[in-house]
Design a protein around this ligand. Sequence first.
Ligand SMILES: Nc1ncnc2c1ncn2[C@@H]1O[C@H](COP(=O)(O)OP(=O)(O)OP(=O)(O)O)[C@@H](O)[C@H]1O
Ligand SMILES: [Mg+2]
Length: 421
Amino acid sequence: MESVQAIKQRFGIIGNTAGLNRAIEKAIQVAPTDISVLVTGESGVGKESIPKIIHQLSHRKHNKYIAVNCGAIPEGTIDSELFGHEKGAFTGATQTRQGYFEVADGGTIFLDEVGELPLTTQVRLLRILENGEFLKVGSSKVQKTNVRIVAATNLNMLEAIEKEKFREDLYYRLSTVDIHLPPLRERQDDIHLLFRKFASDFALKYKMPTVKLTDNAIQLLLKHRWSGNIRQLRNIAEQLSVLEQDRTITADTLRSYLPATANTNLPAIIKTTKSESDFSSEREILYKVLFDMKSDLNDLKKLTMELMKSGNIKDVEKDHEGLIQKIYGGDDDSEDFETAEDSAEVLSIPEHSSSIEDPSGSDKYHFAEEIEEEETLSLHDKELELIKKSLERHNGKRKLAAAELGISERTLYRKIKQFDL
Ligand SMILES: Nc1ncnc2c1ncn2[C@@H]1O[C@H](COP(=O)(O)OP(=O)(O)OP(=O)(O)O)[C@@H](O)[C@H]1O
Ligand SMILES: [Mg+2]
């Protein structure tokens, strides 16, 4: 069984607090079973990683993973999106169409914002959970599917049940195992670490020096309530990285980016003792680098083996276009940096695949995302890109570029030769 640390590296999850580790541990334990899981936690705490971990560590990993945002689908079309429809079931239903539950047969469906499902859809979902049966809209033929369901919500489900917005029986069926992600304010040791990670990602993305916080700014960061959790912290790191000329951020500057009302909210309790997590965080980052290298090496091994077997470069190039792209990256600069930023996400959902193709070739699925392939930027590409950019910034002056990169001129010269720059 993969360790919690290994999973964090693989899925680009930063942090080391007990609540986060427990959540990941639970995901690892439950993954090999078919048990339904409900992921709970405030908005922006990172719930979306959990179903990906569960799917990837399950026997379903070679089948489809479909993420559906239940809150984004209009009530009138949700049943048809999820369960499909027969030709003529309603005006505009010109063809029979499969729903996500049919398409994902053998795989996993992630029902995000499950608390938003209309009550009629909840009844259909309960039936699937109980015996795998469903009916397409406009059909009386019972169909079967074998789908593992992971759901997520940031609502208080017990309150929703009380208000009769959510069926109690469905809630218990969905939450056979409950995985709770704690809010950021309860993960004190992770706040500054996450900020540093995001600041370094955005420095790379926008090709600027990394912003750093003064001690007072760090204290303010730790005290803040972070009602938007990690998403909010990431946004603020991005704004500071883009807008601040002075790369040393003081408490006053940081304060001007934090929402005023939230500042007056209950402050979180700050631990004054320094824990060992600083050290373990650096270690985590090193692990991640090693993990990326190992993954690149495996990809290269696979490619070499294919080449040896086939002996035909063109065929191998064609069959493994995705893998080659992944190892060697594209030509476009901005895309490379975007991938670098996303390298935290081992399972990434490419922007362009925000909808999946209808297998029948007719309509499009508008509300689901299907995970495609793993996309990590290789260490080689990152290094090459950094060297190129630094040389550009210093008009080819090696001495300055070497100083910026923190390497000797001689090493830089060797790299230039090696990468044929
Ligand atoms: N531990 C983490 N390390 C690095 N990035 C994280 C971590 N947790 C969350 N993030 C990032 O924070 C952002 C928000 O996470 P995510 O979309 O999973 O939130 P969520 O819990 O699904 O929120 P919502 O309920 O609003 O949908 C994403 O960009 C995600 O990559
Ligand atoms: Mg979400």
